[in-house]
Design a protein around this ligand. Structure first.
Ligand code: GLY
Ligand code: MN
Ligand code: MN
Length: 443
C-alpha cells in the first residue's frame, strides 16, 4: 500500500490544515495534482515521491491523485484517485482506490481519477480565481485552461466564473512555513535518524576508505533506523571535494590528512533531516584546519544564539557572517574593519551561500524569506538550517590564504523556533573540534 492507514489524530490534523486553506480561499478553488509514476529509463519505475502540497493536506502518497478544494458558501474538498486495478497492482503493489482513499482522508467526496475531466469544469465553474501551479501537469493544466476559456466566453453574460490563475503557494507556502506539532514530531524523528546515519558514517570514515563506502554506511543506517532513504543526494567530499558545495559523485578515496565533509539527511514520514559535519580523516586536525574549523563552528553557534521569535532570518545570517569575517581577519585572510568588510561582502569568496533555508517536507522548503523587501521576523514553528561554511579553493593564488588552500568546512544544524528561543533538533550530534576528532577515531 502506498499510503498506510492514518491514526485518528493525524486525520484530524490534516482536516484542520484543509480548513485553514478553505478559510483563505474565499470564492477561489485550489487544484492540486500529484505527478504520475515517473520512470528513470524505459519501464524502470522510480520510487514515488508524493507531491508535498497534496500530502500536506491529505496525507496521500498516491501517484496521479488530484485534490480540489472549493472555497465559498459551499466549501468542500473533493479527491480523485486511481481506481483499483488487479493487473497493475500485481506489478506495482496495491492501490488505495477511491474507497480506500476516502476511508483514510474522509473528504467530502472521492471519485475515480477517470472522472476528473467530466467533474472538474463544474467544480471550477463558480470560482473567481483558480489556485493552480502552471507548468506541472499537462493534462490537468489543459482542463484548468479550458475552464478559463469557457469562463471568458460565458462570464461576461453570467457574471461568474474564473478570471485568473494564482499559484497555490500564496496560501500553502505560508501554512507550511509554520510547522504544527505533528510536523515537529516527524522532523525530530528525521533528525534523530539523520544523527544515527552520521554516526555510522563517522565510524566508516578513515584514510583509504572510498567516499562511497562512507555514503553506503550512512544510508544503510538511515534505512536500518526506519527512514525511507536519503532526503537528498548524500555528499561525502574528502580533501578538495569538500570545496564543491553540491559534490555528489562520492567517487574518490579518502587520504591521510584530508578533511571529510558529510552532508546528508534522512527522509522520515516524508520530512527531511539535513546535517553537515566535517571530520579530520586521520582523527586530528592540522593547526590550519583547526583554525578554520573553529571559525565555522563559532559562526554556527552565533547564528543559533540569535534565533528566537522576532529576530529575522537576515539577522541569523548576519550573526554568522560577522563571526566569519572576524575569524577571517584573525586568520590574516582579510584585512580591514569588520563593518567595512561586511558591507563589501568580502566573505563571499569563502562563504558564498546563505546560512539558512527553511526545512520541512522539502529539504529546501517553500516560503518567503522576505516580505515587501524586508527580511521576515521569525515565528514559533518555523524550522530552518544553520549551515555556515568556509571554502578555500585549491587554486587560490593569494599568499594570505596559502595555508588554507583546499580546505572546505561546513557545519549544519537544524533548528525550530520556539516561543522563547529555539530548539536545536540536531544537538545530539556534537560539533566541537575535540568531539569531531573523537568521532573520527571511533571513540
Ligand atoms: N544538503 C543540501 C543543503 O544543505 O542545502
Ligand atoms: Mn541545508
Ligand atoms: Mn545539508
Amino acid at each position: 500500500m502506498t499510503t498506510p492507514d492514518f491514526p485518528a489524530a493525524f486525520r484530524e490534523t490534516l482536516a484542520a490544515r484543509r480548513l485553514r486553506v478553505l478559510d483563505r480561499l474565499g470564492d477561489g478553488v485550489m487544484v492540486l495534482p500529484a505527478s504520475p509514476v515517473q520512470y528513470s529509463s524505459r519501464d524502470n519505475e522510480r520510487p514515488y515521491a508524493p507531491d508535498r502540497d497534496l500530502y500536506y493536506l491529505t496525507g496521500l502518497a498516491e501517484p496521479g491523485a488530484v485534490t480540489v478544494l472549493v472555497g465559498g458558501d459551499e466549501a468542500r474538498v473533493v479527491l480523485f484517485v486511481r481506481e483499483r486495478d488487479p493487473e497493475a497492482e500485481l506489478w506495482a503493489g496495491p492501490r488505495l482506490g477511491p474507497e480506500g482513499a476516502q476511508e483514510r482522508v474522509r473528504a467530502d467526496a472521492c471519485h475515480p481519477l477517470s472522472e476528473l475531466s467530466q467533474r472538474l469544469p463544474e467544480l471550477l465553474g463558480g470560482a473567481d480565481l483558480i489556485h493552480y501551479r502552471l507548468g506541472r501537469h499537462d493534462e490537468v493544466e489543459g482542463m484548468v485552461l479550458g475552464a478559463l476559456a469557457t469562463a471568458r466566453l460565458r462570464g461576461p453574460r453570467q457574471g461568474t466564473g474564473p478570471r485568473g490563475v494564482i499559484d497555490p503557494g500564496e496560501i500553502i507556502d505560508e501554512l507550511r512555513l509554520r510547522k504544527d506539532e505533528s510536523e515537529l514530531q516527524s522532523l525530530r524523528r528525521a533528525c534523530r535518524i539523520t544523527i544515527a546515519g552520521h554516526r555510522a558514517a563517522a565510524s566508516a570514515m578513515r584514510p583509504g576508505a572510498g567516499e562511497w563506502v562512507v555514503e553506503a554506511a550512512l544510508e544503510a543506517a538511515f534505512r536500518g533506523a526506519g527512514a525511507s532513504g536519503p532526503a537528498y543526494d548524500t555528499i561525502v567530499g574528502s580533501g578538495v571535494n569538500a570545496c564543491v558545495l553540491h559534490y555528489v559523485r562520492n567517487g574518490d578515496t579518502i587520504s591521510e590528512g584530508d578533511l571529510v565533509l558529510i552532508d546528508a539527511g534522512a527522509e522520515v514520514d516524508h520530512y527531511c533531516g539535513d546535517i553537515t559535519r566535517t571530520y579530520p580523516a586521520s582523527g586530528s586536525f592540522t593547526p590550519a584546519q583547526r583554525r578554520v574549523y573553529e571559525v565555522v563552528d563559532a559562526a554556527r553557534q552565533a547564528a543559533i544564539e540569535v534565533t528566537r521569535p522576532g529576530a529575522t532570518i537576515r539577522s541569523v545570517h548576519e550573526a554568522a557572517v560577522r563571526t566569519v569575517v572576524e575569524g577571517l581577519v584573525d586568520l590574516g585572510v582579510l584585512s580591514g574593519s569588520v563593518e567595512d568588510l561586511m558591507d563589501q561582502g568580502a566573505h563571499k569568496v569563502f562563504f558564498p551561500h546563505q546560512t539558512s533555508h527553511w526545512l520541512g517536507l522539502d529539504v529546501h522548503d517553500p516560503g518567503d524569506y522576505a516580505k515587501d523587501g524586508k527580511s521576515r521576523p521569525l515565528e514559533p514553528g518555523m524550522v530552518f538550517t544553520v549551515e555556515p561554511g568556509l571554502y578555500f579553493a585549491p587554486d587560490l593564488e593569494d599568499a594570505a590564504v596559502h595555508d588554507y588552500a583546499g580546505i572546505g568546512i561546513r557545519i549544519e544544524d537544524d533548528v525550530a523556533v520556539t516561543g522563547t528561543g529555539c530548539e536545536v533538533l540536531t544537538s545530539d550530534l556534537p560539533t566541537s573540534a575535540a568531539d569531531v576528532e573523537a568521532m573520527a577515531t571511533g571513540s
